[in-house]
Ligand binder design. Structure first.
Ligand code: TYD
Length: 207
């Protein structure tokens, strides 16, 4: 069996940058890995992604959204993740079930039990071996980006929502201490990259 590693984080946490640095590092090292993003990663899951993220679908219910994320995930798991793990590969995912728990369960308020239940059905288990949470609060992430416009109602609403997402992730860190690792990412991007590599080495996933 291979090893299953997921990345989580709020908007502006630098997740994409860190994933690119990690992919470059693994490629240089010759590690046999696959990478996918959620929602997406298969033809069907990418089609579901475009339905979920389509700005014209403003009427989408929270329940519909949650089920679509779980559907996209089920397809990715069966078509890509399980075969790769069975082939002994390292699987790196940009977001997985913890995103649904932080965004749909906590921030949208659908509740942990409901989201856990639909994902248990969709995924039939298959938790990651390790989840790396890029830990920076939305306030600090916005500050790093140049600040939030306090007069902008939408930006403020956005901050409230993203604060709930962040708090959701902190609850998940407490719920799943054995697999969920917080990576402080307030520092410079190469410092954070080094922290990530050190964690992977400590866990025995990298030489
Ligand atoms: P994306 O543009 O890939 O965002 P990011 O670069 O921040 O990962 O869009 C994915 C969006 O979907 C992002 O806002 C988080 C959200 N999401 C959920 O709400 N629930 C989920 O289960 C997943 C996988 C993503």
């Amino acid at each position: 069996m291979g090893v299953f590693i997921t990345f989580e984080g709020c908007e502006g946490s630098g997740k994409s940058t860190q994933l690119q640095l990690l992919k470059d590092y693994l490629t240089k090292l010759g590690v046999d890995f696959i990478f996918a993003r959620e929602p997406g990663g298969t033809v069907i899951s990418e089609k579901i992604r475009s339905i979920i993220l389509d700005k014209s679908h403003a009427e989408m219910s929270d329940e519909c959204e949650a089920l679509l994320y779980a559907s996209a995930r089920a397809q990715l798991l069966n078509e890509v993740i399980i075969p790769a793990l069975n082939a002994g590969k390292m699987v790196i995912l940009d977001r997985y079930v913890d995103s649904s728990l932080a965004y749909q369960a906590y921030a949208r308020g659908l509740g942990f039990d409901f989201i856990a239940k639909i994902n248990d059905f969709a995924l039939n288990g298959c938790p990651p071996d390790l989840t790396l949470f890029l830990d920076i609060s939305p306030e600090d992430a916005f500050k790093r980006k140049g600040g939030v416009d306090e007069s902008d109602r939408l930006e403020l609403q956005g901050l409230n929502f993203h604060t709930k997402v962040y708090e959701g992730y902190l609850s998940l860190a407490e719920k799943f201490p054995s697999r969920f690792v917080k990576v402080d990412c307030h520092g410079e991007k190469l410092q954070t990259h080094e922290k990530i590599i050190n964690i992977l080495k400590e866990k025995g996933y990298l030489r």
